[in-house]
Design a protein around this ligand. Structure first.
Ligand SMILES: [Zn+2]
Length: 79
């Protein structure tokens, strides 16, 4: 089942014949690729991904992806 470095599974549910994995990335700091300053967290956005079936059931991965924004207004980058 889901095993990717930097991710951890926060919940596993059987939702009517579909196994749903809730995953998050580890809390790390992120630098802006344009200016190099540390970016600030801006909440999360849910991404739905399909994983290989497990136990004969389809698997859906729900990734609460962290959103980042550069604190330097000049680069206007979202990471
Ligand atoms: Zn920047």
């Amino acid at each position: 089942m889901f095993a990717v470095d930097g991710f951890h599974v926060t919940a596993i549910e059987d939702r009517g014949g579909v196994i749903v994995l809730e995953v998050q990335t580890d809390p790390v700091t992120v630098g802006c690729p344009a200016c190099g300053v540390l970016a600030e967290g801006r909440g999360r956005r849910l991404h739905r991904l399909a994983d290989a079936p497990a136990f004969g059931l389809p698997v859906q991965v729900r990734w609460s992806k962290r959103l980042w924004r550069c604190i330097q207004g000049s680069s206007q980058l979202r990471v």
